[in-house]
Design a protein around this ligand. Structure first.
Ligand code: DX5
Ligand code: ZN
Length: 217
């Protein structure tokens, strides 16, 4: 059976007490998903590099950084050097996947490639050996709490076929919840971001366990 990972996004957590917000989900999570937004690539701002580096340094479990920033090739290697276990650059923002991926990997992190809803996965098949994870967006990047786009399931299936037996993770991000996670799992995802579903739950750790059980079934 496919190994499943749940990577909760702290986008919907209380930013004024992130350490305790992370502490209550750390045991239940595989990695913490850190959404970095610059108000240029997406119309929202979250953390600059210094704030990110402090979160990464204090995080008790591995960090999966999702960089929604315009100057991604310049900044992605710094996130890897800051200690992230995985750094995702967006296909629409990078101008040199091979070089940036090499720098991320050289710093000891996995390289993810993010794909927005309007971007075709076929255009990136040639980069498959540069990538350790594909992140298929099931909302337009920028905000938590949006509706899951079921019409991305076909893209997930195509990506799973493209991956074949390579050890590449297939992440789905946006609107993942108890209602939607099974569709994403059936379409081939193995790594699941969930923001509002986790942080709006009365018991976030129990929600992560429930999401994991559905993804595994
Ligand atoms: C959206 C972010 C997602 C988002 C997930 O741009 O990349 O990680 O925060 O939040 P939910 O699960 O609420 O869609
Ligand atoms: Zn994200």
């Amino acid at each position: 059976m496919r190994e499943i990972r749940i990577t909760p996004s702290i986008l919907n957590a209380d930013f004024s007490k992130l350490d305790s917000e992370i502490a209550r989900i750390a045991d239940a999570s595989d990695l913490i998903h850190l959404d970095v937004m610059d108000n240029v690539f997406v119309p929202n701002f979250t953390f600059d590099f210094d704030r990110s580096a402090a979160i990464i340094a204090n995080c008790p479990i591995p960090v999966d950084a999702h960089l929604m920033v315009a100057n991604v090739d310049a900044i992605a290697p710094d996130y890897a050097r800051a200690g992230c276990s995985s750094v995702t650059i967006h296909a629409e923002a990078t101008s040199n996947i091979a070089v940036t991926s090499r720098e991320i990997r050289r710093a000891g992190a996995r390289c993810g490639l993010g794909i927005k809803p309007g971007t075709a996965i076929e255009d990136y098949a040639e980069y498959i050996d540069d990538v350790d994870m594909f992140l298929i967006m099931t909302v337009e990047p920028g905000f938590g709490g949006q509706k899951f786009m079921y019409d991305m399931m076909d893209k997930l299936r195509k990506t799973r076929t493209m991956i074949g037996d390579r050890p590449i993770w297939l992440q789905v991000d946006g609107g993942v919840s108890l209602e939607t996670i099974s569709a994403a799992a059936e379409a081939g995802a193995d790594t699941f971001v969930a923001g509002s579903a986790v942080f709006n739950a009365d018991d976030p750790a129990a929600m992560i366990d429930s999401l994991r059980a559905l993804a595994n079934s």
